[in-house]
Design a protein around this ligand. Structure first.
Ligand SMILES: [Zn+2]
Length: 127
């Protein structure tokens, strides 16, 4: 059985995926015009699944990390960065994460006080 990538079953919500793409494009155009405009982070898990292939993710400006997350061992919070510019802190402010689907940037106050709970897209793990 072959995999049909043409349907909308790859996305949880095709309308949110389209909206995300529109937001991304308008953001780039605004940057080129030199006008500063507020960037609204969108949770890419709303419109992709762990099975969404890399080719489709790139069209949507989504990287390889499905869940960019860490668990704070001080307060027990598990926090997740939902977009490239989504900087999230745990409730005790010991650990913070940024980067969304593209990279994992973690800041923490105490050494060995957090653990990665990162999940990659399915085709990344298969590589
Ligand atoms: Zn904490």
């Amino acid at each position: 059985m072959s995999t049909d990538y043409s349907g909308d079953k790859l996305y949880k919500d095709i309308d949110k995926a389209k909206k995300h793409l529109e937001d991304t494009l308008s953001f780039i155009l605004d940057a080129e015009s030199g006008e500063a405009k507020e960037y609204k982070p969108v949770d890419y898990q709303d419109f992709t699944t762990i099975d969404t292939p890399k080719e489709e993710r790139r069209k949507l400006n989504v990287g390889d990390i499905y869940s960019n997350s860490v668990k704070c061992l001080e307060c027990g919070d598990e926090i997740r960065s939902k977009n490239r510019h989504d900087f999230v802190r745990c409730s005790c402010e010991n650990v913070a994460i940024d980067g969304g689907s593209w990279y994992s940037k973690v800041n923490c106050n105490k050494p060995d006080s957090f653990e990665f709970t990162t999940v990659y897209y399915k085709d990344v793990e298969d590589e």
